[in-house]
Design a binder for this molecule. Structure first.
Ligand code: SF4
Length: 188
């Protein structure tokens, strides 16, 4: 990450994303999903890509996974409007399929600019895609969740994606434990 470059205002990055046609996902979107929250957040939450509800509402983590994320943030002592929430991809993959490497490559500069501008202390990566992208690793989320990592000057804390717990109740305990640990890290 080139820290010498001047920060681009979030408003300008949002405007560029709204008009983006860098990858074929632009064809199926209702709208882009830029991200939401405190522009000076200490914690940047990074998910994978918009789903159906996010595509319709233009906001990340709405619906059941969003409600659960809000509960998990509260476990860490955080309110949703205190953090900034964004995804690696800004447009919904059809039928919620996995992001493709070329789509991640096309969209990644936006998340990089957002990160540079917000300049958080912590990046919380939710799920495999966000974790592998931010940490540039092939190690999966099952091994990395709940461990404090580093990417450049950022502290990175990988956690399972909240949607995983909606389908697999056994992930709930791990998610809640990891958000408890995040709350402790934020106090230290
Ligand atoms: S996913 Fe990203 S790169 Fe692809 S069209 Fe949407 S904003 Fe552009």
């Amino acid at each position: 990450m080139n820290v010498q470059r001047p920060h681009i205002p979030l408003k300008a990055i949002r405007a560029e994303v709204a008009e983006c046609h860098r990858c074929p996902l632009c064809e199926g979107r209702t709208q882009t999903v830029f991200g939401v929250g405190n522009p000076e957040a200490r914690v940047l939450i990074v998910g994978e890509a918009p789903g159906k509800n996010e595509d319709l509402q233009g906001e990340p983590f709405v619906g059941a996974a969003g409600k659960y994320l809000n509960e998990l943030l509260a476990v860490a002592g955080l309110a949703r409007d205190e953090v900034f929430i964004a995804n690696v991809l800004k447009c919904r993959p059809p039928s919620n399929r996995d992001p493709r490497p070329e789509e991640i490559q096309a969209c990644a500069p936006y998340l990089r600019e957002q990160t540079r501008t917000i300049d958080p202390e912590f990046i919380v990566t939710l799920g495999n895609f966000a974790t592998k992208f931010i940490l540039k690793t092939d190690v999966g989320i099952t091994r990395l969740h709940g461990t404090l990592q580093r990417a450049g000057r950022f502290k990175v804390f990988p956690i399972f994606h909240p949607a995983a717990a909606l389908y697999d109740g056994s992930k709930r305990e791990a998610l809640e434990n990891d958000f408890t640990t995040l709350g402790e890290l934020l106090k230290s």
